[in-house]
Design a protein around this ligand. Structure first.
Ligand SMILES: [Zn+2]
Ligand SMILES: [Zn+2]
Length: 102
């Protein structure tokens, strides 16, 4: 099940489950939209993949207990600011490639 991490791993901004500015990579690395666009250049510092908007888990029990009440967001903060200099070197040649072709 998708882990709904509570904050941006770079700037520690709160990213509650209802947020529309939460971005994740396929490994669930989680960043805010601002950091993805302006710091990471849509390159995940951990895997090199691209980011997509994190789906919102329903807060209402619409069907069969599949909602935040049963499966709440994680409260474990993963705050690990990216070394921007190092990341720019890493991302230099990756950012030109569309995520689905990396
Ligand atoms: Zn951020
Ligand atoms: Zn990643």
């Amino acid at each position: 099940m998708l882990e709904l991490r509570p904050t941006c791993e770079h700037c520690n901004k709160a990213l509650p489950p209802e947020s529309t500015e939460t971005m994740i990579c396929s490994y669930e690395c989680t960043f805010c939209k601002d950091c993805v666009e302006h710091v990471l250049h849509n390159v995940c510092p951990n895997c090199g993949g691209g980011f997509f908007q994190r789906p919102n888990r329903p807060k209402n029990n619409l069907r069969d207990d599949n909602y935040l009440g049963t499966d709440p967001a994680s409260t474990t903060v993963k705050y690990k600011p990216v070394d921007i200099k190092q990341h720019n070197v890493f991302a230099k040649n990756i950012q030109m490639i569309p995520p689905h072709e990396r």
